[in-house]
Design a binder for this molecule. Structure first.
Ligand SMILES: NC(=O)c1ccc[n+]([C@@H]2O[C@H](COP(=O)([O-])OP(=O)(O)OC[C@H]3O[C@@H](n4cnc5c(N)ncnc54)[C@H](OP(=O)(O)O)[C@@H]3O)[C@@H](O)[C@H]2O)c1
Length: 240
């Protein structure tokens, strides 16, 4: 395994919840973390403080021009980028018969389109590093299992999984691309859907952001012989 010490790693959507836990974990491993946020500036400041006052960068990832500026800003600040964690995403529940074009674009513009263009911007820089780089895409159990009221979300996350596999072949051998697929990782009060999923989970509990961060840290530190893989961290729910 490679050390993450002084590796420059950008985490998108890192102001709170899973993204914050990933950023904290990487900072503890000695990485130089770049914290991305969009609307949650106060939370991004808190994450920064928890990561040794790591710099934070605002961008609306719906727009490719903002993605390009984000990567330019991070590269200018640190001089390089060694790792990228595509964590930012949206989640909605909709009856497929009622989904509008706007509902579809709301999800896909961030979950799939932004993930692709962040991979592109990250890889353009990491392929120029003498020792390459690492990309980890956060997908979802919903990209593996079909959920009737989340067809649009499931399709976006299945897309993230295939992007991971296709880009792993495109960017090898210098840049590895892997995915972590979280199961149920609640942060607030549980609704009926969360309780129903936890009841079906073989581990008989929900997961934590720290458990997702463990898997992310593994892929970032692994050799380039580990690429194109999807690791479900879901208490076994994907096996049901
Ligand atoms: N929590 C779960 O149970 C679960 C389960 C399966 C998969 N996942 C996946 O794990 C990852 C993290 O989950 P989470 O629940 O912690 O996520 P989340 O809180 O729903 O979203 C993470 C961040 O994404 C950012 N984001 C959304 N739209 C954006 C945009 N247009 N431009 C820039 N940033 C944008 C937001 O940043 P700002 O707040 O700064 O605007 C938000 O804080 C996601 O990829 C999610 O799909 C989560």
């Amino acid at each position: 395994m490679q050390s993450l010490t002084n590796r420059v790693i950008l985490v998108t959507g890192a102001a709170k919840r899973i993204g914050r836990d990933i950023a904290i974990r990487l900072a503890r491993e000695g990485a130089s973390v770049a914290i991305h946020y969009n609307g949650s500036e106060a939370e991004a400041r808190e994450t920064s403080a928890l990561c040794g006052f790591a710099p934070f960068f605002k961008a609306n990832l719906e727009h490719v021009a903002e993605i390009e500026r984000l990567f330019e800003d991070v590269t200018e600040r640190f001089g390089r980028i060694d790792g990228l964690v595509n964590n930012a995403a949206r989640y909605t529940r909709r009856d497929p018969l009622a989904i509008t074009e706007a509902d579809w674009d709301f999800i896909h513009s961030v979950n799939l389109k932004a993930t692709f263009f962040c991979c592109q911007q990250g890889a353009k820089r990491m392929l120029g590093n003498p020792d390459g780089g690492r990309i980890v895409n956060i997908s979802s159990l919903g990209g593996i299992r079909p959920w009737a009221d989340h067809a649009h979300y499931c399709a976006s996350k299945a897309g993230v999984i295939m992007l991971t596999r296709a880009l792993a072949t495109a960017f090898a051998p210098k840049v590895s691309v892997n995915s972590v697929a979280p199961g149920v990782i609640p942060f607030g009060p549980h609704d009926a859907e969360i309780d129903r999923l936890i009841a079906k989970t073989p581990a008989q509990r929900a997961g934590t952001g720290e458990e997702i961060a463990d898997a992310v840290a593994y892929f970032l530190a692994a050799s380039n012989f580990v690429t194109g893989q999807v690791l479900a961290v879901d208490g076994g729910l994907s096996q049901k």
